[in-house]
Ligand binder design. Structure first.
Ligand code: MRU
Length: 360
């Protein structure tokens, strides 16, 4: 089952709010629908929302061309439109930097094109050409993500020891272009050694219990779902040999934003002296920020905590906090696995060295 399908009609997103009980697609043929799908977690996971934002940008630009009655365009008018599309998408969710990264790439393509044609009249034909370039770029972002996943899986597989490995949230095909970051590493390691996966249920959206478990079932990789608060008990008993998670944004010093609960796992790993790995593509690194202090943490509606699925579980007047992410300090992370290689501390020195490698 594909996490999304993109064709001439628009983008069909497998509704991750409904998995695994229903396998239904949400159809998005406008930029506003793509934004809403990202905001409401129809699609989620840092790399996946970046790719969808690139596709959303392309859809938004296509709609602009379809709606327009003008035959000639000014660079200023086009730049305004590009600014509007970018803002709508990059503000859909605040924490994962992949959104901004993908939008910037699409914006960069537009700017380069407009510079090349600035001396000639800009017609609908010119802009149709830009549209097809945007379409290619979005597909490239998607393909590169899958390639990157495969490469990080190869780099990471040897780091995972035999035995129990614990993961949090969902970092598989649903959260990426198609293979997975942390779950991709687990998939690859499983081809070579005996592994059992402890899947944190990941309250309140249950990315672990619903999505990771769904993926692992399809892959025939042995696993058990555990409540988020079981990790300490299992680690103390010696059943967990390593922890591996994904990331939404990694600062220059290795501080990593990821699904709420990740920090507690890193502290546990440190205390019990088991390795704690992060797997993420270079699009998740934000080298403009020196530490996690600068990462905005998304706060989601309290109703997600007060209910379990559609059933209210808390008193009607109860208040809840629903932080979607937390920050794990770089000094609790054993290594960061990327498509460009494995990064070890000291992160402030080694992250730029590896992430800027082969940058064009
Ligand atoms: O709120 P979500 O489901 O988008 O959060 C996702 C995570 O925290 C993932 O661990 C992260 O985005 C990496 S996905 C490869």
């Amino acid at each position: 089952m594909q996490a999304w399908i993109w064709n001439e009609k628009g983008l069909f997103l497998l509704d991750q709010r409904k998995l695994p009980l229903e396998e239904k697609y949400v159809f998005c043929n406008t930029i506003n629908k793509v934004r809403k799908a990202i905001k409401e977690l129809v699609v989620r996971g840092a790399p996946a929302i970046g790719i969808c934002a690139a596709i959303g940008f392309t859809i938004g630009f296509k709609n602009f061309l379809e709606k327009t009655r003008t035959k000639k365009f000014s660079i200023q008018r086009i730049s305004e439109e590009i600014g509007k599309l970018s803002l709508l998408l990059e503000t859909a969710r605040p924490t994962a930097v992949n959104l901004k990264w993908a939008v910037n790439r699409m914006k960069g393509v537009c700017e380069k094109f407009l510079k090349e044609v600035e001396k000639q009249p800009i017609t609908l034909k010119t802009l149709t050409k830009l549209y097809s370039i945007l379409e290619k770029e979005a597909l490239k972002i998607w393909e590169e993500d899958i390639e990157g996943n495969l490469s990080m899986a190869t780099f990471g597989k040897d780091l995972i020891p035999e035995g129990g490995v614990l993961t949090h949230c969902n970092t598989g095909a649903l959260a990426t272009g198609g293979y997975g970051t942390a779950l991709g590493v687990i998939r690859e390691a499983y081809k070579h050694k005996k592994i059992f996966v402890f899947v944190d249920e990941t309250r309140p959206f249950l990315q672990g219990a619903r999505l990771t478990a769904w993926e692992l079932s399809k892959l025939n990789i042995p696993y058990a779902i555990i409540t988020d608060n079981s990790a300490g008990y299992l680690i103390k008993k010696g059943e967990v040999k390593a922890i591996i998670v994904g990331a939404d944004r990694i600062a220059l010093n290795g501080d990593t934003a990821n699904k709420i609960g990740t920090y507690s796992l890193a502290v546990l790993a440190h205390y019990h002296k088991i390795p704690f790995f992060v797997a993420a593509p270079s699009s998740t690194f934000d080298l403009e920020i020196s530490s996690g202090e600068e990462i905005p943490i998304e706060k989601r509606p309290s109703k997600e905590v007060l209910s379990c699925g559609k059933t209210r579980v808390a008193p009607l007047n109860a208040k809840a906090y629903n932080f979607a992410f937390d920050i794990t300090p770089g000094n609790l992370i054993t290594a960061i696995i990327t498509e460009k290689g494995v990064i070890y501390p000291p992160y402030s020195q080694n992250i730029p060295k590896i992430i800027k490698r082969n940058e064009n």
